[in-house]
Ligand binder design. Structure first.
Ligand code: GNR
Ligand code: NI
Length: 167
C-alpha cells in the first residue's frame, strides 16, 4: 500500500486526458488500492487516477458516512443523464480550501468495470451522482473550477500559487 501525491491546481498534468485501461490486471488492482488509501487518508469522497498523475481511466469513490463502501469505476461510461439539474457546493482535493456551486444533471446512469474486470451498471443520484460526474471530468482533464466564472478562476489560481509557495 502507498499514499500517493495529489497534484494541485493549476498543475498542467491535471489537464491530461486519461486513456482506457486495456486489461484489469494486478497493476491496476494495486493502483486501485493506492487510490483508495490516498482518498481515505485525505480524506475525500472520490479520487481519479489523473489527480495522482496516472493517466488511465480509474476512479475510486466512497460517499458513505461509515467510509466502508468503496466503489471502483474502471473505464466508466456515461449511458444517460437526466434533463433535470441540481446545484451542489463542490470541493476538490486538487483545489484545497475552495468550495463553490456547480450545476450538473441530478441523476446519471453509468457502465464501468470493477476491480475484477467485470462490467456493471449503476444508477446514481444525489451526492454519488455529483461525485461520479466530478471524477469523470478529472479523467477528461477537467477541474470543477472550470465551471466557474473566468474572474473566479483567476482568483483561485492566484490563491493556489500563493498557497504552494507557502508550503
Ligand atoms: O472529497 C471530495 N468532495 C467533494 C465534494 C463535493 C463534490 C465533489 C467532491 S469530490 C472531492 C474529492 C475529489 O477531489 N475528487 O476528485
Ligand atoms: Ni476532484
Amino acid at each position: 500500500m502507498a499514499l500517493l501525491n495529489i497534484l494541485n491546481y493549476p498543475d498542467s498534468r491535471l489537464y491530461k486526458k486519461a486513456k482506457p485501461v486495456a486489461v484489469v490486471d494486478e497493476r491496476i488492482r494495486q493502483l486501485v488500492r493506492d487510490l483508495a488509501e490516498t482518498m481515505y487518508a485525505a480524506p475525500g469522497i472520490g479520487l481519479a487516477a489523473t489527480q495522482v498523475d496516472v493517466h488511465e481511466r480509474v476512479v475510486v469513490i466512497d460517499v458513505s458516512d461509515t467510509r466502508d463502501q468503496l466503489q471502483v469505476l474502471i473505464n466508466p461510461e456515461l449511458l444517460w443523464s437526466s434533463e433535470d439539474k441540481k446545484v451542489f457546493e463542490e470541493g476538490c482535493l486538487s483545489v484545497p480550501g475552495i468550495y463553490d456551486k456547480v450545476e450538473r444533471p441530478d441523476r446519471v446512469k453509468m457502465r464501468a468495470l470493477n476491480e475484477r474486470g467485470e462490467s456493471f451498471e449503476l444508477n446514481a443520484e444525489g451526492l454519488l451522482a455529483v461525485c461520479i460526474q466530478h471524477e469523470m471530468d478529472h479523467l477528461l482533464g477537467k477541474i470543477f473550477v472550470e465551471y466557474l466564472s473566468p474572474l473566479k478562476q483567476t482568483r483561485i489560481k492566484t490563491k493556489m500559487k500563493k498557497l504552494m509557495k507557502a508550503m
